[in-house]
Design a protein around this ligand. Structure first.
Ligand SMILES: NC(=O)c1ccc[n+]([C@@H]2O[C@H](COP(=O)([O-])OP(=O)(O)OC[C@H]3O[C@@H](n4cnc5c(N)ncnc54)[C@H](O)[C@@H]3O)[C@@H](O)[C@H]2O)c1
Length: 454
């Protein structure tokens, strides 16, 4: 891939390939500029990394010359995925926690995708950018305010992008609602809600053999996420996973592009669920029943935006409950709520003061990107949204353009983690949210979901 390819060149290529594509049968998973080859490296080939590797391997024009992990079993599964897809065997970097530095230093890559434990995203993204690679990192991108700034500064200095792979931004209903917001259906937005409400007890604990359930082990005795994620619940009290809820509403509220988040408060409930789960499944004599968890079972964060709106986020992962990302989008003219698939638009909904089903709105406002790639997205993971987020990463590298979810989003979505912890430490005091755009939010224009391209 010619790293210096400019947008103008791309537009020409896109126009030509667009005509060609219209004449040729569709290649499943083939990207827009089919002949442009790119080389990707993967750091972290656990459950998430393998899934995205599987997606990547479906693109004929993607080469995967190197992967990196520290777990032989995970590496073996990753190699099998590539082999089954007919891709050549990549070089494997597996000599310990810091071997990723050798991969990004010695391999000639265009981009690096990172799916490791949270604490590794920042050092891996920084190393990759410093060695000339674009980055796609899993969520959250960093865990401290300083590290969020570091991502922004390094991306600006190196000219390499750092895309946060916030797949929920591409959910079909979310993109339809984004359309409705942009067409003014809700009037001026007032309030949005989102959250991570997901009973993760069977993820935070397992039997050390399978990723989900079967025991109450974690840390060294656990497998996959229980190996590392659970420790965050031991040591931290805050919104540990804000981006799935915040990413989508950030785009609707034009955060970093005409609007910004100014301050927040967070409040946590008491801590019960994880301990109760250990006792229920492992008995009160199980050694893990002595572990003290810091993470409150439900953490509620309220954010104030420069243009007046409020955002409420919830983090709720320790209790029995159905899955819900808690979306609500409300403006001066109407409201959408995901949990009951309902909408109310003044003057349009058939009955005053009553919800109507959102089905017809979802069809009418279906996003052009979804209309275009519906068939390819089917089976692409998480209802298709993984197809779109990964495709956006690939297209941004090929076109050598800034991705639709960029380093300023990576920083502003991720910084909620440390700031919510700080607010809770300070008895729910209000905490200022940095402006990672350095005042450019006032003139920046929206970049996400503008058309059916990326
Ligand atoms: N966006 C989504 O929908 C989604 C879904 C699942 C997971 N995730 C995110 O993806 C990331 C990975 O989650 P997962 O479920 O795959 O966890 P996992 O534990 O299954 O995989 C993590 C992998 O990273 C490897 N690893 C750890 N330290 C390393 C190091 N220093 N160098 C190289 N490899 C290292 C581990 O050996 C493991 O294979 C997390 O950040 C998680 O939050 C996102």
């Amino acid at each position: 891939m010619n790293k210096s390819m400019k947008r103008r060149d791309f537009m020409k290529t896109a126009a030509v390939t667009g005509i060609a594509a219209a004449m040729m049968p569709k290649t499943l998973f083939s990207s827009q500029i089919v002949n442009e080859r790119i080389k990707l490296g993967f750091i972290g080939t656990g459950m998430r990394g393998q899934w995205v590797l599987w997606l990547a391997a479906k693109y004929p024009e993607i080469d995967i010359p190197a992967i990196c992990d520290i777990d032989d079993g995970m590496i073996e599964s990753a190699l099998k995925i590539l082999k089954d897809a007919g891709k050549p065997e990549p070089k494997v970097y597996k000599k310990g926690d810091e071997d990723f530095r050798n991969m990004v230093a010695h391999e000639d890559l265009d981009g690096v995708y990172i799916a490791t434990p949270w604490e590794w995203h920042h050092p891996m993204a920084i190393a990759a950018m410093k060695h000339g690679n674009h980055v796609g990192t899993e969520v959250p991108a960093a865990l401290t305010v300083g590290d969020c700034w570091d991502l922004v500064n390094t991306s600006e200095r190196t000219g390499k992008f750092c895309m946060i792979m916030e797949n929920v931004c591409y959910r079909r209903d979310i993109m339809a609602v984004l359309n409705m917001v942009r067409e003014g259906l809700f009037g001026e937005l007032l309030h949005c809600q989102g959250g991570y409400q997901h009973d993760l007890r069977h993820v935070k604990f397992n039997d050390g053999v399978q990723p989900y359930g079967g025991g109450v082990e974690f840390g060294e005795n656990g497998y996959s996420e229980s190996k590392w994620r659970t420790q965050h619940s031991v040591e931290r009290n805050g919104d540990l996973y804000p981006t799935h809820g915040l990413g989508p509403v950030s785009a609707m509220l034009d955060i970093n592009r005409g609007n910004r988040m100014v301050h927040l408060t967070s409040t946590a409930t008491q801590t019960r669920g994880l301990h109760n789960y250990i006792v229920k499944l492992g008995g009160k004599d199980h050694p893990n029943s002595k572990v003290e968890f810091k993470l409150g079972d439900i953490v509620t964060t309220v954010i104030k935006c420069a243009n007046g709106q409020t955002i409420m986020l919830s983090h709720d992962t320790n209790s029995p409950r159905p899955y819900s990302l808690n979306f609500r989008v409300q403006g001066t003219k109407g409201i959408w709520m995901r949990d009951n698939d309902s909408i109310y638009i003044e003057g349009m909904s058939p009955e005053e003061h009553r919800w109507e089903p959102d089905t017809e709105y979802m069809k009418k406002y279906d996003h052009p990107l979804w209309k275009r790639f519906e068939d390819q997205a089917a089976g692409g993971g998480h209802g298709g949204m993984d197809f779109f987020i990964f495709r956006a990463f690939v297209e941004s590298i090929k076109r050598d353009v800034s991705p639709p979810i960029d380093v300023y989003d990576a920083a502003s979505l991720s910084v909620i983690c440390p700031l919510s912890e700080k607010s809770i430490r300070l008895n729910s005091a209000s905490v200022r949210i940095p402006d990672f755009t350095r005042r450019k939010w006032k003139t920046n224009k929206p970049i996400f979901g503008l058309n059916n391209e990326i």
